[in-house]
Design a protein around this ligand. Sequence first.
Ligand code: NAD
Length: 473
Amino acid sequence: MTQTAAILGGGVIGGGWAARFLLSGWNVNIYDPDPEAERKIGEVLANARRSLPSLFETDLPAEGKLSFGTNLEAVVKDASWIQESVPERLELKQQILAQVQAVCDSNAVLASSTSGFKPSQLQKLLDNPAQLIVAHPFNPVYLLPLVELVGDIHTVTIAKTVLVDLGMFPLHVRKEIDAHIADRFLEAVWREALWLIKDGIATTGEIDDAIRFGFGLRWAQMGLVETYRVAGGESGMAHFLAQFGPALKWPWTKLMDVPELTDELINLIADQSDDQSGNHSIRQLERIRDDNLVGILRALKTRNWGAGEILNLHDRQLRPEHTAPENKPFVSIKRSIPIDWIDYNGHMNESRYGQVFSDAADAIMEYIGADQAYIESGLSYFTVETRIRYLDETKAGERIYVNTRVLNADGKKLKLLHEMHHVDGRLLATGEQMLIHVDLNSRRACLPQTEVLAKSEQLAAAHKRLPKPDYLS
Ligand code: NAD
């Protein structure tokens, strides 16, 4: 049965949560007194629909139903996950959480997005404190996997399962603490940035350059400690600490002092930030950010590292079981076109058609049993010829599917025909492929194993009964 999430507060973060749940197939009920909430969530959703499907090599589930309500009880009644993302004011959060707990399902996960409060502070008015945990996400919630979980271990365990199903990365913060783990770093860095601007050492643009051209790139893939371990060279982490430890005692940083946010400092920062980014609207900046994040995350996927490993796991969760119904072609691919496959002509680059058809062939390989275990046993298929016809354009975010037929399965030879369609049915491209079965040790052609050959012959026989496309000679 479709699950329901209730989102209390539909601003930057609530909107991001709504998008994450909705695009993962959940129904979403929003509660937000702002008359503009529906428009604002619409903007976040448009960004999410454009970027989130780009992260995966298969279709996301069909979107759930989105509704808005003003009656709190009706909004939370059927929800198995309730996410509070109202403004960061303790009393407001305490009150709304108590109102919700009085009317929601006692088995629902009740979670707060708070950046700074501890569960024990938020639980003050609750009859069942253990139901409330902190689930602290990162903006944009629909793209970034991390969610810090703080609170009762039973509720955290249930929450972890749900978040993994959403393709996210739950990090259990085992001891409650102001601002959890990540925002403590961010606050330290922000404080230093404020000093550097106030003291006239750096502009906002120079501060951002110091991060994005250097350690920001390192952090995105290895974090802090592993990065420093590498910096320690062959002598290792202990050597690194001994070498740089004394520097920590020098007054490099302003430690806990915070510059006073006078009007003068606020105007200085705002003016510099306008100079730095003011030629882009916030919506443009969001799209630039999202496209860059998609590119970085997809690069990490190819390395199966860090956040990329989490996305690969989610791909495996999403991947449908392939079936080969009689009288129909084999549906080998269902996916969206990722942003980073688009070229200077504004459409999918020709090389990516080859990738789509290669992935389609892999789906057939898996179905006939020429899978990873088969390859590890020393047998596989190599593609020796491909003929692609480009018939129509396809753009970023568009959904496609590929119908694949086995045209011929004759001993060592396997001939495939892939037809790539837009989800509206338009034929976009065709690809004919000839594959040869090989022994991976001798690197020479050989016969497939009996079961693999039988399954490919079976598909070929079924597909022969389909009407032959007129473009085939
Ligand atoms: P926001 O101001 O963009 O959104 C808050 C929303 O809550 C608004 O749409 C507002 O209309 C609504 N609201 C106000 N009173 C309400 C009520 N009584 N009931 C329901 N809705 C109400 O703020 P935000 O940035 O989305 O932050 C929300 C929470 O998420 C905060 O606790 C914040 O600490 C946390 N958070 C923010 C970020 C971030 O980067 N912005 C990141 C992680 C967590």
